[in-house]
Write a protein that binds this ligand. Structure first.
Ligand code: MIG
Length: 761
């Protein structure tokens, strides 16, 4: 195998599957890096590592796979690079190298990142971080870390595969400089580690790359059907059980479908996990029963911070198994979050995950259906020791008549970030691991523990976990929302890029707080955001404490009507979305996807960032501009670059490919169906547990071209793991232009699908 060594490093290239390989970069003098804290990978069909041949000190090296060049790297070095952002004040070594991608290439992915769809022109950092609420269009880093990017190689560049995925399989703080230097042909990678393992995925298409990346890091979990309905949430409400039932009933009375109601931290007793505030929620079992009767699922928030209070059962039981993260003095680490000073479960250890599962099981037993993991970066307001030291110092200063300078004030702001540094974790074998290596993995291991709780509670039931933080692989366990955004038009637009890039990075079940979290929403924005939400995989309206109410009916009849129309659209689309979730579970290919994923041969599709495809058949063009009544829409030519038609969802007219200025009054979000494709729909029901008996197909048979349409449809019981035993239905409906009876080709008949009748629209 090709092996290259530079002066300081040994590089080995090991094939890992047919079109992927693993690059291992280690220092010549191998300083032992200690235990590996990364979770094991799902599938790696690699051969054993061969002895690297040392072959001089190449400044550049080309990686070949099966005799074909797939990627070129250069300038491997130790230390923090000159382009690095911030101070490398983290302890330990840094390593950096450049990936020579060429100026004409395009770069996507990197998970949950702000800025535009294409990532060039900025440095991005991987370090899970709670921004504390407000973030700008350029804020970085945010809540989760997915060190994976996708390159579309420029036409005619013979050094690289047409599409290349790069996964930096390291949990430490990592920075990516995506063409943000005067040399626009490079991506710089730097990490707080002395060695690095990188996986390369070569592909003929971007889908192939993502599919191989998720084969390695894990295929997305398949959620229960109710989890893909509309969800309602608000920090601060409901604050008692009467209000919860009232809220649920209002949805039913107003005939606005809804599947889930969220219980944020106000439901707890003094913010203590796994408790209910006795004053407002004296009988949680009864409440949850009542909600279930109304067709609602309850999702409860669980924060990692456990109130350090002797007598609190959860805290005490954790002490019994020595569950908590230590500080550098070997004591339980204390940091303040909502409940006051807290300890933090050390999810790295299996016995701690078992104990955590037991805690979660208690509320699952009561009838809670979903778990919402917040604050799991982990976010900590301040540590006890630091605050005491700082207060003493600043107090002396102020008492001496001084002012606080900017730096000192900044220190106050940075305290939460700084204080996690003293956290010490332990492996199952008792080896100590500094927080720098485990920080980005904290939420992923928490999700594993929560998953275990669901599986113990009912092994056959599909879990629903929602998480704020995460790392590569989080897609196996949880849906991801993009944390605290703001109720602004800018943030709504940003949420499109963030969701699409998370999808490209292997996490298909994504969405942002619809209506925005911080700040007061205006009615027009709420209406437009519900339109967008109706076609985004995770559709939850969520708003912050003491902000304007965002319920669909908050702004009167005019807006309520529009919002109802789009929540209804969501339920019309359920047969389609459910099929797409199943396909995403099997392939790892995202549900909401940029146009170029479907039309990789079409140059124009690479720069369209405010429209996207849902599955391979539906194109949506959300309106993200205040006061807009129409918008420009780009409709790509067919896969072979030839003329094609797009069916307007609302008017049923066919438009040809190209740019169009289309009508988009406040009650209309432009949607189109691709030629040769169809979208399975059904009449809306009150929630996803109810089914109509008719399946309808919105199909585009091509204006006058009589194109045959094939529409895949999946169905199962909506909640169990029976599908893994073959108890599901999968079929393809063939629609021939001019014939109104479609033919059903049954591919798998392990389940009786919900419809008795199929109608073509
Ligand atoms: O900001 O639990 O992102 O969705 O409502 C405080 C209260 C902590 C942050 C989450 C937000 C949630 C809120 N939490």
């Amino acid at each position: 195998m090709a092996s290259i060594s530079s002066r300081d490093f040994v590089v080995s290239v090991v094939p890992a599957g047919e079109k992927s390989c693993r690059l291992e970069v280690t220092p010549q003098k191998n300083t032992d890096s200690g235990a590996d804290v990364l979770p094991s990978l799902d599938e790696e069909t690699g051969r054993e590592k061969s002895e690297p041949e040392l072959s001089g000190v190449p400044e550049k090296f080309l990686v070949e796979l099966n005799g074909e060049p797939i990627a070129e790297f250069a300038d491997l070095g130790q230390g923090f690079p000159s382009w690095g952002r911030g101070n490398p004040d983290d302890s330990g070594e840094w390593l950096n190298f450049d990936h020579l991608v060429g100026e004409g290439s395009r770069v996507y992915g990197l998970g949950e990142k702000t800025r535009y769809l294409e990532k060039s022109g900025a440095v991005y950092e991987m370090w899970n971080r709670d921004t504390g609420g407000f973030y700008t269009h350029n804020e970085d880093p945010l809540y989760s870390s997915i060190p994976f990017y996708l390159v579309k190689t420029a036409e005619g560049d013979s050094r690289a595969a047409p599409f290349l995925g790069v996964y930096v399989h390291q949990s430490e703080k990592t920075q990516f400089n995506v063409k943000a230097r005067s040399d626009l042909s490079r991506i710089g990678v730097a990490l707080n580690s002395s060695e690095v393992t990188v996986y390369l995925f070569a592909g003929a298409s971007p889908k192939e790359v993502i599919s191989n990346y998720t084969r390695l890091t894990g295929k997305p979990f398949f959620p229960p059907r109710w989890a893909i309905g509309y969800h309602h949430s608000e920090y601060g409400k409901p604050c008692n059980q009467e209000e919860a039932v009232e809220l649920a009933k209002t949805f039913r009375e107003k005939e606005i479908p809804c599947d889930a109601l969220y219980f944020d931290i106000q439901h707890m007793e003094g913010h203590r996990d796994f408790t209910w505030d006795e004053g407002g929620f004296s009988d949680p079992e009864k409440l949850l029963d009542r909600l279930a009767e109304l067709g609602f699922h309850a999702v409860n928030i669980v924060d990692p911070g456990i109130k350090a209070e002797s007598g609190y059962e959860v805290y005490n039981s954790g002490l019994d198994v020595d569950a908590y993260v230590k500080n550098d003095k070997g004591e339980d680490f204390l940091g303040a979050v909502w409940p006051g000073f807290c300890v933090f479960p050390d999810f790295l250890r299996e016995n701690v995950r078992d104990w955590w599962a037991t805690q979660n099981e208690k509320i699952l037993d009561q009838g809670v259906d979903g778990i919402w993991n917040d604050m799991n970066e982990p976010a900590i307001f301040f540590g006890r020791q630091q605050i005491e030291d700082l207060v003493r110092e600043l107090d002396d200063k102020l008492a001496g008549g001084d002012h606080l300078n900017l730096k000192e004030r900044q220190r106050l702001v940075n305290i939460s970030e700084a204080n996690t540094r003293s956290m010490v974790h332990r492996t199952d074998g008792g080896q100590e691991i500094g927080h720098a290596k485990f920080h980005n993995l904290y939420a992923l291991y928490e999700a594993m523990a929560t998953w275990k709780a669901f599986k113990r509670e009912n092994p056959n039931k599909r879990p629903f976990i929602l998480t704020r933080a995460g790392f590569s692989g989080i897609q196996k366990y949880a849906a991801k929302w993009t944390g605290d955004n703001s109720s602004t038009w800018e943030h709504m637009e940003l949420s499109i890029y963030m969701s699409l890039n998370l999808g490209l990075s292997g996490v298909p079940f994504v969405g942002s707080d619809v209506g925005g979290f911080d700040g007061d929403v205006e009615p027009e924005l709420l209406a437009r955001w519900n339109q967008l939400g109706s076609v985004i995989p995770f559709f939850r309206n969520h708003s912050g404490l003491d902000t304007t109410s965002q319920e669909p009916w908050a702004f009167g009849e005019r807006y309520e009507k529009i919002i109802r129309k789009y929540i209804n659209l969501r339920y019309r689309l359920l047969p389609f979305l459910y099929t797409e979730f199943f396909r995403a579970h099997r392939t790892g290919v995202p549900i909401a996807r940029p146009l170029f994923l479907e039309f990789p041969g079409d140059e124009e599709s690479y720069s369209v960032s405010d429209q996207f495809m849902v599955g391979d058949s539906m194109l949506v063009a959300p309106v993200v501009e205040r006061g807009a009544k129409r918008r420009t829409v780009y409709l790509p030519p067919d896969e072979n670059g030839r003329e094609t038609s797009w069916l307007d969802w609302w008017s049923n007219e066919n438009l040809s490919n190209g740019y169009h200025r289309v009508e988009a009054p406040l009650d209309l979000m432009p949607i189109f169906v691709r030629e040769g494709k169809g979208v399975p729909v059904a009449d809306p029901t009150r929630h996803a547990g109810e089914y109509p008996n008719k399946l309808k197909i919105k199909a585009n048979t091509g204006a006058g071209r009589d194109v045959d349409v094939k529409v895949p449809v999946y169905d199962d019981d909506g909640e169990s793991d029976e599908f893994t035993k073959g108890n599901y239905f999968y079929g393809v409906l063939h629609i021939h232009a001019g014939r109104d009876k479609p033919e059903l080709e049954v591919k798998h008949d392990g389940y009786e699908p919900f419809w008795d009748e199929v109608e073509v629209i």
